[in-house]
Design a protein around this ligand. Structure first.
Ligand code: HEM
Ligand code: HEM
Length: 166
């Protein structure tokens, strides 16, 4: 990361944050096509072309999330990120850091475990993906959103601004 003081997220960082939100919510809320494909294949059945197409949508959206996450980590490294609000308790600043790191890890681990299941037939990766990581992602997203609202409205540090209008 470079030494200059970073005052906000760049336009590309902001754009990719909200693109990630849309893609992640799509895969979290609409995985039924992929689930149906997986059930049929595990029982040795033959999915229809429509079932394969809707499973592919989940896979491609997930792969897009993986690529966007790698680009975001690259941008973070090159462009830096704004520092946490100095007037908040150190524990909250640490919590925000941990939540962001967990989000990045999950956005790498979910697609990787999905790819291992879908393209390489690793069933153990399937239960990690669909039972464990999915649940942890929901919990961390809830913490992230509540955290963002607490920063914004309780601590009155304008964090939403730096991830929206900049
Ligand atoms: C799928 C849901 C979401 C994911 C995966 C996600 C992911 C992330 C990640 C990884 C960061 C860290 C960026 C960095 O510093 O490199 C971040 C920052 C941020 N997110 Fe989200 N986010 C999500 C939803 C939301 C929502 C719904 C809001 C608004 C309430 C929000 C508001 C913010 C804000 C304000 C920051 C900047 C925090 C700061 O400046 O310290 N995010 N998000
Ligand atoms: C961040 C990206 C991803 C998210 C958030 C996500 C989310 C989900 C969710 C919510 C389910 C349903 C779990 C349930 O039964 O409740 C699921 C199932 C599944 N996903 Fe993903 N997914 C992602 C990426 C991928 C990718 C890239 C692939 C493959 C290329 C994939 C393959 C699968 C498979 C095979 C299942 C069925 C596994 C099983 O039921 O054991 N996913 N995913």
């Amino acid at each position: 990361m470079n030494d200059r003081v970073v005052v906000g997220y760049s336009l590309s960082q902001r754009f990719l944050h909200w693109a990630t939100v849309l893609l992640v919510l799509f895969n979290l809320l609409l995985p039924d096509g992929m689930n149906a494909w997986y059930r049929i294949v595990r029982r040795g059945g033959m999915p229809s072309p429509e079932q394969i197409a809707s499973a592919n949508i989940h896979a491609y959206v997930g792969i897009a999330i993986l690529l966007v996450t790698i680009i975001r980590l690259g941008l973070r490294f090159v462009q830096g990120v704004p520092s946490e609000a100095a007037d908040e308790p150190a524990t909250l600043r640490l919590a925000a850091r941990l939540v962001h790191a967990s989000l990045y890890l999950l956005l790498l681990a979910l697609p990787v475990s999905g790819i291992a299941t879908y393209y390489f037939g690793v069933d153990a990766a399937g239960s990690l993906h669909a039972d464990v990581l999915k649940l942890i992602l929901w919990i961390v997203i809830a913490a992230h959103v509540l955290g963002a609202l607490a920063h914004q409205f309780y601590w009155k540090t304008d964090v939403l601004r730096r991830m929206t209008v900049g």
